[in-house]
Design a protein around this ligand. Structure first.
Ligand SMILES: [Fe+2]
Ligand SMILES: [Fe+2]
Length: 332
């Protein structure tokens, strides 16, 4: 079969038999180094999805690809799950981190950033565990593990390298600040959920790329956002896909639920974390830490301000803190 890189348009010939039926593999484009998603033939009895995507078929395919293609290192998911347990064995967690040298060096770099305040005092993971404590360590590990995947270009959506990462950082810190105001007990979960809230865009990006012209035309002629376009063309959004990713990683259900509703917290049955993610997303866009030309069309839900007991002046104050945190992390 012939495959084309959705970014630089380089074409490749791929041996059909090298891709297992019913599976998808991701290869790096030799020219621009961005990933190309290549899907194998459908399994026997499985229909080819129609060009515009039968919603259920496409969703099933995406769900399968989530399991087949880990977005962040498995060790990071395991550590995250360990750190959310009641009785955590710090030494065991430190050993798990040290099994991955790439993650180890990133954890130390972030722990020594101005934001986490260890400022050059941390040279071992065990020291980082002691200085940061459980919550701090959990935040640093997920930042270290997701930086690479969230930093790439998303040619379908038209995001440059680093755009989604900076937005995700802003939403993570905004969510943490909002959680500390309303329920400090969920601040760590709010940070992680904020960081991963748009991870579904990474999975949908190649499918958006395949339909780029149609989607652009739909958005421009009807004044619609990417979110509207996803629902129109796929029958589901990046928020639902991101929630599936969190479920596949066995993150707590309340985190997946909040990610699912981050664009429509009114549908969450009054879930605090859903409103927090929604508001943090809005604050990031307010500060220009968004990504594209549909930002202006994204609106905050009417009841979100009153639900979170916020005044307009609170938003600019939170935005300042968010920007300061993003700069202090020094990863953008
Ligand atoms: Fe989103
Ligand atoms: Fe977002």
């Amino acid at each position: 079969m012939q495959v084309e890189c959705s970014s630089c348009k380089t074409r490749y010939r791929v041996n059909d038999d090298s891709i297992p039926a019913g599976k998808a593999v991701r290869l790096a484009c030799k020219t621009c180094k961005l990933p190309i998603l290549i899907e194998g033939k459908p399994l026997k009895g499985e229909d080819e999805p129609p060009p515009n995507g039968d919603s259920a078929t496409l969703k099933a395919k995406i769900t399968k690809s989530i399991k087949d293609l880990p977005l962040i290192p498995q060790v990071v998911v395991e550590i995250q799950n360990q750190l959310s347990q009641m009785n955590v064995n710090m030494q065991q967690v430190a050993k798990m981190i040290e099994t991955d040298p790439g993650i180890t060096s990133k954890v130390l770099r972030i722990a020594n950033s101005a934001y986490y305040g260890a400022s050059g005092r941390t040279s071992t993971i065990m020291q980082a565990c002691v200085i940061l404590g459980l919550r701090g360590l959990s935040e640093v590990v997920i930042l270290a593990g997701s930086e690479k995947v969230l930093s790439g270009k998303l040619p379908g959506y038209g995001y440059d390298a680093g755009d989604l990462w900076k937005h995700s950082l802003a939403v993570a810190f905004g969510s943490k600040i909002l959680a500390n105001l309303r329920d400090p007990g969920i601040s760590s979960a709010a940070h992680t959920a904020g960081l991963l809230h748009d991870i579904g865009r990474i999975i949908l990006d190649p499918y958006i790329g395949e339909r780029k012209a149609q989607i652009r035309e739909y958005m421009e002629t009807r004044q619609k956002t990417f979110l509207d376009a996803e629902i129109e063309h796929f029958g589901f959004s990046h928020a639902e896909v991101a929630a599936e990713v969190c479920q596949a990683w066995k993150f707590p259900d309340f985190m997946s639920k909040a990610i699912h509703w981050h664009h429509n917290p009114g549908g969450s049955n009054g879930d605090l974390l859903s409103y927090i993610l929604h508001m943090a997303d809005h604050i990031a866009l307010m500060g220009g830490v968004g990504y594209d030309d549909d930002d202006i069309l994204n609106e905050v839900q009417k009841d979100a301000m009153s639900y979170l007991q916020l005044k307009q002046s609170d938003l600019s104050e939170i935005l300042m803190k968010v920007m300061e945190s993003v700069n202090q992390i020094g990863m953008s």
